[in-house]
Ligand binder design. Structure first.
Ligand SMILES: O=C(O)c1ccc[n+]([C@@H]2O[C@H](COP(=O)([O-])O)[C@@H](O)[C@H]2O)c1
Ligand SMILES: Cc1cc2nc[nH]c2cc1C
Length: 368
């Protein structure tokens, strides 16, 4: 366990710890993806007929360097408040973060049902809720961020602590045996922080990124846009990804970045849920591009910023559920999919075993 990493006192320490930690993230070896690809080409189906099942299998085989372990999935949900709510960017009151976070801890939220039904683990982590959701808040970095309409959401030290808290929590669950990790969150206002982070890290236009969040009327959207427009100028210059995340992001986005980083270091696949985990992934990628090798996306979030990000990163979500919930709710569906895909592919007959001749088949994969 790397508890010595927790709560460093100086910003030079956090920067150094994260940099050193990220240095040990290695890209996956293409040799294993190729091995899996040849194996799939010999299965008794028309070439490519298994579509995303085989693409997902090849990626997971590459991550595990020839081993496929996806039998102990779990979702990590980071609960956190955002100072920007003071400026009226959400329809929900701030107290919703605490209430839904507590419901999750007590088994009453949707993510409890989704994880239970799919046999996945769930851990709910208070990283910055205004009111403690439980007596055990060992990973907590603060009590809400500040309002980035007026000042940076947090200091660089706090941002480092939030990312490292995500690393530490992830190290803990990997040690417990989780072998595929979903990233979720709960935090009123975090579609606004995510929009800011995504706009800056993808070097895109706000108009392409802003969405309706958990529900906003036209006036609300205009206010959200105006606040974000001002912030993107006011907080310039942005030194690096960490600077973006600390000025206009949130503790949850940083902890999620830490989860992607720790999973990648330990060669454990990590799954994006919605727009907030996408913002976390983008922050993680500013530290190590190799993180993308360990990343899967589950469903298409309704938030435009998410949709822009998958295009730019070349990621292909499997499900179109029209969900706009967060909570990590897309991840359990992905776990079921990947388990089924791996089981099927590992147990299928080859052409020879099935009494079929590979020469009778035409490969149309490049056509459409
Ligand atoms: O991840 C998504 O795609 C998503 C889209 C819309 C809303 N949410 C959730 O709604 C909350 C934030 O909404 P808002 O409007 O307060 O920014 C937060 O708890 C998110 O998990 C999440
Ligand atoms: C804002 C919000 C309100 C909720 N109410 C129940 N689950 C919820 C999830 C979110 C995200």
């Amino acid at each position: 366990m790397t508890n010595y990493l927790f709560k460093p006192e100086k910003v030079v320490e956090t920067d150094l710890i994260i940099q050193n930690y990220c240095q040990s993230i290695k890209p996956t070896d293409k040799k294993y993806r190729e091995l899996a690809s040849s194996y799939c080409n010999n299965l008794a189906v028309p070439p490519g007929a298994l579509g995303q099942l085989e693409k997902t299998y090849q990626k997971i085989y590459g991550i595990g360097r020839g081993k496929v372990n996806v039998d102990k999935p779990g979702v990590l949900v980071y609960v956190s408040d955002n100072g920007i709510c003071e400026s009226g960017v959400s329809s929900n009151p701030v107290s919703t973060t605490y209430q839904v976070g507590k419901n999750m801890l007590e088994g009453r939220a949707i993510i409890n049902l989704l994880t239970k039904q799919t046999g996945s683990k769930l851990e709910v982590v208070d990283i910055g809720c205004l009111t403690d959701i439980s007596e055990q808040c060992e990973f907590k970095v603060g009590y809400s961020t500040k309002n980035f309409d007026k000042e940076p959401a947090m200091s660089r030290l706090e941002a480092g602590r939030a990312l490292i808290a995500g690393i530490n929590k992830t190290e803990e669950i990997i040690k417990q045996g989780w072998n595929i990790v979903g990233t979720g969150e709960m935090g009123v206002g975090n579609t606004t922080t995510s929009a800011a982070v995504i706009t800056l890290l993808l070097d895109s236009e706000l108009e392409e990124v802003i969405g309706l969040g958990a529900g906003l009327n036209e006036e609300g959207v205009r206010r959200k846009q105006k606040i974000l427009q001002k912030a993107l100028v006011y907080h310039q210059p942005f030194k690096d990804g960490m600077d973006v995340a600390r000025k206009v992001g949130g503790y949850d986005i940083l902890a999620i970045a830490g989860t992607f980083i720790a999973c990648s270091k330990h060669q454990v696949p990590c799954v994006v849920d919605g727009v907030i985990s996408m913002a976390g992934l983008l922050v993680a990628l500013t530290f190590s591009e190799a993180v993308l090798d360990y990343t899967f996306v589950s469903h298409v979030s309704m938030e435009p910023g998410y949709q822009l990000a998958i295009k730019k990163l070349g990621l292909e979500p499997l499900f179109h559920f029209e969900m706009r919930l967060g909570e990590g709710s897309g991840c359990p569906f992905f776990f079921q999919f990947i388990q089924t895909a791996c089981y099927t592919i590992q147990n299928m007959s080859s052409f020879k075993e099935a009494g079929l001749n590979i020469k009778d088949y035409v490969d149309v994969r490049d056509k459409y």
